[in-house]
Design a binder for this molecule. Structure first.
Ligand code: KIV
Length: 357
């Protein structure tokens, strides 16, 4: 299906190839990259290989098109940019939003097309991507690169970075520097930090440094007790009151959102109904404004991560395993690659090559 802006792109590109007019350089683009502005608000930027990025008022995000003006369908985003204000309005209107963890460009692109509003590049990457035993060892620079990749794949989603354990051990200045890297270099919209009410100063310092903080409360995987393990929080009135108090302290300190992990549903409900901040639940029942699950859990991908209580929507490990098994068989039996998948020499060249032997 061609979207109206694609149709315009098609005719404009035709005009562009006929006349080759009005080229000018855009700041930040290399020599090869050119743009022609044909109408107010409508840009076509040529990148290498006859591929163009089209930015147009009729589109919710940039799309990639070829010289004939045909869009590469998997580059089409379905969303307009999600902002903090959008999430706040959703809370006010009682409209839920979806959150998924994401760790790479290709998956981010698919999530963006599916309309997932918030993407969290969690330090769970250490477990599910790097195979580490817990999230404590997730290296900040690795997480930063993964976060930037997700931003490239999902330009319109609300991108939530995660402050790794190693950064939490640094001095105040170094923490702020790292938080700025996540915001400015990786393109985050906010940064999630595992905290309690005792970390109000850190939250305020980050707010003062223009880093919007999502306060992660409840079960804090960076502080898992190796003996007691992953235990739910907020199951008693005392625990629920403590969480409620922490939430209020952190809201006052400047947090822009809360994330409650492994918190009893009733406690999460009490917290969510007493704050104007959007609240994301992670195994925290149905009363939060948004819900996050770890990608690998919900698509049955495994990955050395302790499975949480989630609905499983696919069994990707099975799908991938059968594809890999079929591939191994094809290689062993010679079914792939065949001559049909080969690149061929120009006619007559092979004969010249072997006749020289
Ligand atoms: O790192 C992560 O993926 C998380 C979620 C489980 C909330 O913190």
């Amino acid at each position: 299906m061609l979207y109206p802006a694609e149709l315009r792109a098609q005719s404009i590109l035709a005009g562009y190839s006929n006349t080759g007019r009005n080229d000018y350089n855009l700041p930040g683009l290399g020599n090869k990259e050119r743009s022609s502005r044909f109408r107010k608000g409508f840009d076509i930027i040529e990148i290498a290989g006859g591929t163009y990025i089209v930015l147009a008022p009729g589109l919710v995000g940039p799309i990639l098109v070829n010289r004939a003006g045909q869009a590469y369908p998997d580059t089409m985003s379905t969303m307009s940019k999600i902002t903090l204000d959008d999430l706040r309005s959703r809370k006010r209107a009682g409209k839920k939003f979806s959150v998924l963890t994401c760790y790479d460009f290709a998956t981010a692109r698919v999530m963006d097309q599916a309309g997932v509003e918030v993407l969290l590049v969690g330090d769970s990457a250490g477990e599910v991507v790097l195979g580490l035993p817990n999230t404590r060892g997730t290296p900040p620079n690795v997480l930063l690169h993964l976060t930037a990749a997700v931003r490239r794949g999902a330009p319109n989603a609300f991108l939530l970075g995660d402050f790794p354990f190693e950064c939490m051990q640094m001095n105040d200045n170094a923490r702020i520097d790292w938080a700025r890297h996540f915001m400015q270099d990786a393109g985050c919209d906010a940064l999630k930090v595992e905290v309690t009410g005792q970390d109000a100063d850190l939250v305020s310092a980050l707010r003062d440094a223009d880093v919007p903080v999502v306060a992660h409360l409840g079960l804090l995987p960076q502080h898992i007790d190796p003996v007691t393990g992953y235990r739910a929080r907020g199951k008693t009135v005392e625990q629920a009151r403590e969480l409620l108090e922490d939430a209020q302290i952190l809201e006052k300190a400047g947090a822009v959102m809360l994330l409650l992990e492994a918190v009893a549903g009733e406690a999460a409900r009490a917290i969510s109904s007493r704050t104007s901040l959007p609240v994301i639940g992670c195994v925290a029942g149905p009363h939060c404004d948004g819900t996050v699950v770890v990608l690998h859990d919900m698509i049955g991908w495994g990955g050395g991560h302790p499975p949480r209580r989630v609905k499983v929507y696919a069994n990707l490990a099975d799908v991938m395993r059968s594809a890999f098994t079929a591939y191994v068989e094809d290689i062993h039996t010679g079914r792939f690659p065949t001559d049909a998948e080969a690149i061929h020499m120009n006619p007559g060249e092979y004969e010249k090559l072997v006749s020289a032997d």
